[in-house]
Design a binder for this molecule. Structure first.
Ligand code: MG
Length: 299
């Protein structure tokens, strides 16, 4: 599937977000369910998951595909913590895990009030206090192909906050299937819910780690927002059934789309300047150069 695709504008300003003649480039394929891309600057690569094949892979800045974890214990979403270490949501281990500098994995969140987590799905680092916010739907225990099974112990599917001192709280408990999440600013978290109906919501975040629903921010058609990212000007880059949709910071106006032949589950900015957008779209990893940068890479 080596086809190239060009962005589709629905607003005149959209083409300004890409270099002239920018095309979506197919980097690698033959995955089953590609997810969780995150750029690791100090390793010069984007790490991503093939959740259902129980593996993780990397696309390096030098243009090579490299194996990472095998098995990955069905890792899904990733982010980078305050120490520059890779954080992973592990469906199989029902935990949030961190890769140390020597390559070993350490569990950083596993239980809440004496009960096992469901199956952490996606994770984002708070830009000021370094806390890790992660969603905990049940896909990794409900879907045999996405984990090792098990019983749900917690009474809900929540969003957790792991403070730098290790304190775990559950500030968001009012969604059905919380999934992707991204900080638009220190006091605004965008949270995608892949329940029915699916939508993305804005939560105000206090200095003490509380979260308060402000409003529904946007929804995409076709498909759902799974993972999402924010650029340095606050624009929202959302996954969708037909590719990536780019929206104004308030979520109210669609600027354009980057079409993909299969459902896009997640995306991230990366590369040496933070300007390359990587897409995990079902069987394939894609990339397109932009003229903006990922907000989280500037924190
Ligand atoms: Mg997800």
């Amino acid at each position: 599937m080596a086809q190239s695709v060009v962005p589709v504008s629905t607003h005149p300003s959209f083409s300004e977000l890409f270099p002239e003649d920018a095309e979506l480039e197919h980097l690698a394929g033959d995955f089953t369910w590609a997810e969780g891309p995150t750029y690791i600057a100090n390793r010069e690569r984007v790490v991503f998951s093939d959740v259902r094949e129980n593996r993780t892979w990397a696309w390096t800045d030098y243009g090579t595909l490299e194996a990472e974890e095998d098995p990955s214990h069905h890792q899904n979403g990733h982010c980078i913590d305050d120490d520059g270490l890779l954080i992973a949501c592990s469906h199989g281990e029902r935990s949030l895990v961190r890769q140390e500098n020597n390559g070993d994995w350490t569990t950083v969140a596993y239980h809440f009030e004496g009960k096992k987590l469901n199956s952490p799905n996606d994770v984002a680092r708070h830009p000021v206090d370094g806390s890790l916010w992660f969603t905990d739907p049940t896909y990794g225990i409900d879907k045999p192909e996405e984990g090792y099974g098990g019983e749900q112990e917690l009474p809900g599917r929540w969003v957790f906050r792991l403070a730098r001192d290790g304190t775990l709280t559950a500030p968001i408990r009012d969604q059905h299937k919380p999934n992707g999440l991204a900080f638009a600013s220190p006091d605004l978290l965008l949270l995608a819910d892949t329940g029915d109906p699916a939508a993305t919501f804005g939560y105000r975040i206090d200095a003490d780690g509380g979260a308060h629903l402000e409003r529904e921010w946007f929804s995409v058609q076709p498909g759902k927002t799974d993972g999402l990212r924010v650029d340095i000007e606050g624009r929202i880059w959302s996954s969708a059934g037909d590719g990536v949709h780019v929206l104004t910071p308030d979520g109210g106006t669609e600027l354009g789309r980057i079409p993909t032949p299969e459902t896009t589950a997640n995306l991230c900015f990366g590369g040496p300047y933070g300007t390359l957008l990587y897409l995990t779209a079902t069987s394939s990893l894609w990339r397109i150069p932009t003229r903006t940068r990922g907000l989280e890479l500037t924190y």
